[in-house]
Design a protein around this ligand. Structure first.
Ligand code: IVH
Length: 703
């Protein structure tokens, strides 16, 4: 729609408008060039809604939008029907069938500090003539918004937001989201047809696991859970949508048609919080537990601040809070502007995005020899952390993100996910930017690099390359593998350079006297290291298998493998076909495992480890009668007080049981810790689930 020249011009105009915002006569300037300002806003709406590729922050957009709004208010004769203030949104991505929303899906006005909220409350009080307004405060979920329609208790249509008036029909994909009920007894509330709004998201753990899987396959990870959720809804392969583990929070009822009142057993709520409760009661995931009903804006401010401190502990991403007038009659009375409802406002938390400059690229060699480019950027604060380097994965990724040295880039750090480059801004280039050059040889051992045809990465194929050896040892001692505490990356590197450690078995032959004489090592740290190394000898088999760093074998596959054998050496007798029979093991993974256990050097390493006392046996298969929980499924919820959640889960698996990821009729036991929440409520509705506490669980384990 916009060509390069227009894009460049509009980008320059944007900069000019933004930098003149604080000029005293800005409204006069705006009145004189009002169409220019509108064109800038239209351009950014197009980038945001149509291209899904915004060029400015919400805050900047809002400032310019408010300038237009105010200028028009002061000069009503300048208002035109096509002004951005007079419509809901524009444009659509052409993909799925288009459907019209029953009620336009408006976006919310944004606020950034308590003054904004106080201002908004003042207007609500003035319009309602109330002294104190009751508000419902709930999280602002950071995903992709959807609308659901239920007719006579059945889910009949799901749609994306689109431009707010028309969206994409995504019913089939939405049916794959387990938290969206396919039917719900709205008739018990006298409702015949209802439209509900909500947000589809991927929780942080699933996002991390999904990205991990992509990276293990050599595919660059997705930038953030929001993009992952939005992208997943539009996938044509519905089964893949199911595998993405999407979730949905439903937070707004936009439309109701009443039906036969005879079946009505419940009164229809007259408040927003009542609606959230109704949805919850009908089996929806609404923010019933996260919401808070408060009196007046001071309590709102207290709750949003309190919630912001909990942001990192939540299992899903939120980018702020939404404050809604609780009484539905009052909501109606307040009505809406052309863009936003007056009865609700979004309060945005501090951004986790920032812009910086790409100043250089370094190439790192990983344990599998993959040469990864790492972007060096001008240090910048994102979500409370200073970021100065970011992995940029491979050549294709660099091409896809259109990165040049010297580029201005947008970076994001969502939750505890590693920072990523969201995009570059080619329109801001000055002409002195240069292409990123890949080295022809390994930056560490200078062996020539090789790019297998089916892969996106360049590799150093010298398996004795120093960088790879060190990275393999680091992986072996790491937390999720053998968990040798007090070793750490820095010590591995140090011991290696000092010649104290040359391979994985070397960990168990390390000379503690020499280490004791090294700078920074007192008796206590040497004792700790000794104890940690000793303790690692009896780690469960799946940790050892994961620690071996076999390509494509992540933690889950390592568990599957460990469960299948009594001793690691059993793998010598497995054919590739037999390996492929295992869960999660495809052709590529099977061939990698097969090669690993048919390599002379690897087998020699395993023998050395065993000779030094490292357990290579499946301990749980050795202990008789430990299939006590065979066939039983478990799920833990809330905080356990005696056991660590991961240990408890391991115990279930060690004893033949299985861990499920959610409440369903397949679940046998829900183990409830302190402060258990929605899972417990949901489990109570399925009578076959046995709800037990931690003590009961411990009693079920073999002594
Ligand atoms: S209420 C008519 N509540 O934020 C009001 N929106 O611009 C309907 N969002 O498009 C929206 N969490 O996608 C509402 N608890 C929440 C929300 C929420 C996230 C999204 C929604 C909306 C955008 C605001």
């Amino acid at each position: 729609m916009y060509n390069q020249q227009q894009t460049k011009e509009l980008q320059e105009n944007t900069t000019e408008w933004l930098s003149s915002l604080n000029t005293t006569n800005i409204h006069e300037i705006a009145a004189h060039n009002i169409e220019g300002l509108r064109n800038v806003l239209r351009f950014h709406e197009y980038r945001y809604y149509v291209q899904n590729d915004p060029l400015m922050s919400d805050f900047e957009y809002d400032s310019l939008y408010k300038l237009l709004e105010k200028t028009e208010k002061e000069n009503p004769s300048l208002i035109t029907a096509a002004s951005p203030t007079q419509r809901v949104g524009s444009g659509l991505v052409k993909d799925f069938p288009k459907v019209e929303h029953l009620v336009p899906m408006l976006s919310l006005e944004n606020s950034y500090n308590s003054d904004d909220l106080i201002d908004w409350d003042r207007k609500a009080r003035e319009l309602s003539t109330l002294d104190v307004v009751e508000y419902c405060v709930e999280p602002k979920f950071d995903g992709a918004s959807i609308s659901l329609i239920y007719d006579n208790n059945l889910l009949t249509r799901a749609a994306t937001r689109g431009d707010g008036v028309t969206g994409d029909e995504i019913t089939t994909n939405t049916k794959k989201i387990k938290s969206v009920p396919l039917s719900a007894t709205f008739s018990s509330y006298g409702i015949e047809q209802i439209e509900i709004r909500g947000e589809v998201l991927i929780n942080k753990n699933n996002f991390k696991a999904y990205n991990q899987k992509l990276m293990e396959e050599g595919v660059p990870p997705l930038a953030n859970p929001r993009n992952a959720a939005a992208g997943s809804l539009r996938i044509k392969d519905t089964a893949e949508v199911g595998r993405r583990n999407l979730e949905a929070f439903l937070y707004h009822v936009s439309y109701i048609i009443n039906g036969n009142q005879q079946a009505t057993t419940n009164a229809q709520p007259s408040t927003h919080s009542g609606m959230l409760e109704m949805l919850w009661n009908l089996g929806f995931r609404s923010p019933k537990q996260e919401m808070k009903v408060v009196q007046g804006i001071d309590e709102v401010i207290k709750y949003v601040n309190e919630f912001e401190t909990k942001r990192d502990d939540l299992p899903y991403e939120i980018d702020g809070m939404v404050i809604k007038v609780n009484n539905l009659h009052l909501q109606e009375q307040l009505g809406m502007t052309s863009h936003h409802p007056r009865w609700a406002i979004a309060y945005k938390f501090k951004a986790r995005q920032a812009t910086s400059k790409l100043t250089g690229v370094e190439f790192q060699v990983g344990r599998t020899g993959a040469v990864t480019p790492v972007a060096k950027i001008e240090p910048v604060q994102v979500g409370g952390v200073t970021v100065s380097s970011i992995s940029i994965h491979n050549e294709e990724y660099i091409k896809e993100k259109n990165l040049l040295l010297g580029d201005t880039i947008l970076i994001e750090r969502s939750g505890d996910v590693i920072p990523q480059i969201v995009k570059s801004f080619p329109e801001l280039r000055k002409g002195n930017e240069t292409a990123i050059q890949f080295p022809g040889e390994c930056p560490v051992c200078h062996h020539q690099l090789f790019k297998p045809t089916e892969e996106a990465v360049w590799r150093c194929i010298n398996i004795n390359c120093e960088a790879q050896v060190v990275e393999r040892i680091i992986h072996f001692v790491s937390k999720d593998a053998m968990d040798i505490k007090s070793f750490g990356d820095a010590n591995v590197r140090k011991f290696y350079t000092e010649g104290l450690l040359k391979d994985i078995p070397g960990i168990y032959q390390i000379n503690f006297d020499t280490i004791g004489k090294m700078e920074g090592f007192g008796k206590k740290s040497v004792d700790n290291l000794k104890a940690a190394i000793e303790a690692s000898k009896t780690q469960p088999l799946h940790r050892l298998i994961y620690g071996l760093g076999i390509r494509y074998v992540g933690e889950t596959t390592a568990k599957t493998l460990a469960n299948a054998v009594e001793h690691v050496h059993d793998f010598k007798n497995y054919s590739e076909e037999q390996l492929q029979q295992m869960e999660d093991v495809g052709i590529k993974v099977a061939s990698s495992i097969y090669r690993f256990f048919h390599d002379k050097d690897n087998l020699q390493m395993l023998e050395k480890l065993e000779a030094m006392g490292v357990s290579l046996i499946n301990q749980k298969k050795q202990v008789a009668g430990n299939d006590q929980l065979a066939g039983q499924t478990f799920l833990f919820t809330g905080t356990l007080t005696q056991l660590k959640r991961s240990d408890a889960e391991e115990m279930v698996e060690h004893n033949g049981g299985k861990i499920l990821s959610g409440i369903s009729s397949k679940l046998n036991y829900l183990v409830v810790g302190e402060d258990a929440g929605s899972k417990l409520e949901k489990a109570k509705k399925i009578t076959s689930i046995k709800i037990i506490n931690e003590e009961d669980f411990i009693k079920m384990l073999p002594v």
